[in-house]
Unconditional design. Structure first.
Length: 720
């Protein structure tokens, strides 16, 4: 596991063994092997030689005594300093596998090797994109005995997506694929002379060291770093695309918002007059119902609604208890209102700080939307220890991400409240009273994703995150095409009439002076956007405006089947004002994506630097040097021969009374000076580094969006 690096092999097969044979008077002054997680992987070496070394671009160097393929490759001329006619100093930088991907251009090769475009869009699975990259890496005729065999490795991702490539090399393409699917890429190699295989995969599975590292048992140095270049936020403002956003969307907002408003809590209140009507109390068993219990301290009237723990056991949570407090035989329109209610508890009971309850909206038995109230902290509830004090909350209808039209049932379900800090009786209850809808209520939408646990602990740190791929969209599929009309297709499931108008004759979905576009996401025309010439709803038939490429090729094509419409091709429509249901769906998707992003940003990135005790390393038992993978706890022996510690590994650091964390290896540096032992320096982090290429892609997308917007504005003046 030390750095020897005696073998350098040129492309023609000639080799040099530094410190032996013809090169016995040469020696390595210093060497450094670095490995960064999804980043640079290189080997730096300084060699003192008594002769000119016959080095050429493409030469390989090996951390162990071996030859053949694999190793690290010289991709640039070496630096050489001549001291005397018999003393030369070489500073060499050899690059790892990922940098070899940089040397090969990505073409749109299919399985038989056709396709020589560098600017193209494809819709495919993760496996499809990995196979494409491998085909490009393998398309050159092997002329070098050192060349690797490139293969597709593990691909732990499902689903399809559209990715656009434009002059990419195989490495930038791989990073785009990783970013698009939200899963790390992995490049691994193994094998021997003439049979070295390099696998490219997409997987979040990491190797986990079985050993727990402490000072004296693995660590010679430990340092916590207090700063990180990874952004930290406790409140995210998520934004979607500007595509298909109505001009009056939420008072004129230009981008899609998901809106995760926190309920507005008012001062302690007490009501003497207002009464309301409940329906029934539903316990965990949906077939069991009971009347709500009477209480001597309601906020209004003679009773208040109570969600109770009917088990009679002290300290048992009340998760799953649900009440339907509003039922109607005919749905009502509650749009623009705020749902207001008073929340209380029985005497001398304080909820667990992480408790919550959820409100559900139904239409004809179908769940339409929900909102989880999680703002129960100790300070808020202290005033409730003495009844009849209550808290009033107000939740705008927009918080539920659904239409408030036709709502005919509303339910409240208690979440997991864990343990209770103090209980005065065997039946613990949540109380709800004065539940009503008020028009003209709070229409402010706090468009942030945040948790009070994090904001209370670390303050409110805000950050905007944008996803250009989420917008209100109709996803359709071609069900019929005709050879006589190559620009036309039928989608029998088209749910609404693009040409529909309101009572005043105004178009509901088409935008005046703007042409709707059909964007193909699968099939022969995947990646193409074509203008809609006309649409007939009685036939569900579209007619598209053909597009002529610079080559003269017309799309859709009459003569070339490779550019024709096909049954089963999928598409979406943009440049329209979609029905409200599609806006609600997009907001839900944006909200789900934002929750995933929140988990990435809300935890401060803990950084640590460690050095491995080389004395311990070379005397450690074999079991200490085993590892397992995150999906398989069975210990496995051995790593690749170029080092025991690899970027992406998980290592547990335990320093009694100081630190106890499992962190990911962000970078590894192996250093070895002449006649010394190898030193391992590791940088650890609690979060994966952000994909730099991915961030650049996002910036480019935003720029392209601005360009598209300007083109659209110009287009309406020149459109014929």
């Amino acid at each position: 596991m030390s750095l020897k690096n005696t073998y350098i092999v040129n492309r023609d097969g000639t080799s040099m063994v530094i410190g032996s044979g013809d090169y016995a008077n040469c020696y390595i002054e210093s060497q450094e092997l670095t490995d960064e997680y999804q980043g640079a992987c290189q080997y730096r070496v300084r060699i003192h030689a008594d002769r000119v070394l016959p080095l050429s671009i493409g030469a390989r160097i090996f951390p162990q005594e071996t030859d053949g393929a694999g190793g690290y490759i010289l991709l640039a001329p070496p630096d050489m300093e001549m001291i005397t006619s018999e003393h030369f100093i070489y500073d060499l930088i050899f690059m790892g596998f990922s940098h070899q991907l940089e040397t090969i251009i990505l073409f749109n090769l299919d399985a038989v090797g056709w396709g020589w475009e560098t600017a193209f869009s494809l819709v495919g699975t993760g496996q499809d994109f990995i196979d494409l990259i491998v085909r490009n890496m393998e398309r050159t005729v092997p002329t070098d005995s050192n060349l690797e065999i490139w293969e597709a490795g593990t691909v732990d991702v499902t689903g399809t997506t559209l990715i656009t490539f434009d002059g990419d090399n195989c490495l930038t393409a791989l990073k785009k694929v990783s970013e698009a699917f939200g899963i790390p890429y992995q490049i691994t190699g193994a094998g021997g002379f003439h049979e070295y295989h390099v696998q490219i995969g997409l997987t979040a599975i990491k190797k986990k060291h079985n050993h727990v590292y402490d000072l004296g048992t693995g660590l010679s140095k430990f340092k916590i770093l207090g700063d990180s270049d990874r952004k930290f936020a406790t409140a995210l403002c998520p934004l979607g695309s500007s595509k298909n956003i109505p001009y009056d969307y939420r008072g004129g907002l230009k981008r899609l918002h998901c809106g995760n408003p926190s309920p507005i809590f008012f001062e302690t209140v007490y009501d003497e007059n207002t009464e309301w009507v409940f329906a029934q109390l539903v316990v965990n068993d949906p077939t069991t119902t009971t009347d709500p219990a009477s209480t001597s301290t309601p906020a209004s009237g003679s009773v208040c609604l109570e969600i109770a723990n009917l088990s009679g056991l002290v300290g048992v949570g009340i998760k799953g208890t649900r009440v339907a407090f509003y039922k109607s035989t005919s749905g009502i329109d509650l749009s623009g209102t705020s749902l207001k209610m008073w929340v209380g508890t029985n005497e001398m009971w304080i909820p667990y700080p992480q408790g919550y309850f959820t409100i559900y909206l139904y239409r004809e038995g179908s769940l339409q939307g929900s909102f989880k109230v999680t703002c129960f902290m100790w300070d808020m509830w202290q005033s409730l220890e003495v009844s009849p004090y209550w808290k009033e909350i107000s939740i705008p209808s927009s918080a539920f991400h659904c239409s408030f039209q036709g709502i005919d049932q509303i339910e409240i379900e208690c979440g997991d409240w864990g343990s209770f800090s103090y209980i005065s009786s065997t039946e613990t209850v949540l109380k709800f009273d004065n539940i009503r809808f008020e028009g003209g209520g709070e229409q402010q939408l706090e468009n942030f994703i945040y948790g009070t646990t994090y904001t209370d602990a670390n303050g409110r740190v805000e950050l905007v995150v944008i996803n250009e791929d989420i917008f209100p969209q109709l996803n359709g599929k071609i069900t019929e095409v005709t050879l006589e009309s190559p620009t036309q297709f039928v989608d029998s499931a088209m749910p609404f009439d693009l040409n529909a108008k309101d009572g005043d004759g105004n178009s509901l979905y088409l935008i005046p002076e703007v042409t709707a576009k059909v964007n193909f996401t699968s099939g022969n025309l995947s990646g193409y956007s074509l203008a809609v010439n006309w649409y007939k709803h009685d036939e569900n038939r579209f007619d598209l405006v053909p597009y002529t490429e610079e080559s003269g090729n017309i799309i859709p094509s009459v003569d070339n089947p490779a550019y024709s419409l096909q049954v089963g091709d999928e598409y979406n429509i943009t440049e329209i004002l979609p029905p409200e249901a599609y806006i609600n769906d997009a907001e839900q998707r944006l909200y789900a994506w934002a929750l995933e992003q929140y988990e990435k940003y809300v935890q401060p990135n803990e950084l640590a630097e460690i050095e491995i005790d080389h004395v311990w390393l070379y005397t450690a038992a074999a079991s200490d040097l085993e590892y397992c993978t995150t999906d398989d706890p069975t210990p496995q022996a051995g790593y690749l021969p170029d080092g025991f510690f690899k970027a992406g590994d998980l290592i547990h650091i335990l320093i009694s009374g100081v630190y106890d964390r499992e962190l990911m290896v962000q970078s590894v540096v192996q250093e070895r000076a002449k006649d010394t032992n190898t030193t391992y320096k590791l940088t650890l982090s609690s979060n994966e580094p952000m994909n730099i290429t991915g961030k650049m892609i996002m910036s480019i997308r935003q720029i392209n969006t601005k360009i598209d917007t300007q083109q659209q504005k110009l287009g309406k003046y020149f459109h014929k």
